[in-house]
Write a protein that binds this ligand. Structure first.
Ligand SMILES: [Zn+2]
Length: 61
């Protein structure tokens, strides 16, 4: 356990909002770490794997 408070990639690529402050839509355990789907304040959905943003999905209805 030697992690800093925030790591690179731990924020929204669009607006920079930290993933720790976003609403968690769903959370799943995976072999690579905790996988979460989160909705950012800017309206996009982020896929977060073990605290890092791995994908961002714009919700364009
Ligand atoms: Zn955002």
């Amino acid at each position: 356990m030697n992690e800093s408070e925030s790591v690179a990639g731990g924020s929204c690529p669009r607006c920079g909002w930290p993933v720790a402050e976003q609403q968690i839509v769903s959370s799943h355990a995976s072999s690579l770490g905790q996988l979460r789907y989160q909705t950012c304040v800017c309206g996009i959905t982020l896929v977060v794997l073990a605290g890092d943003v791995v994908a961002a999905v714009s919700a364009t209805a």
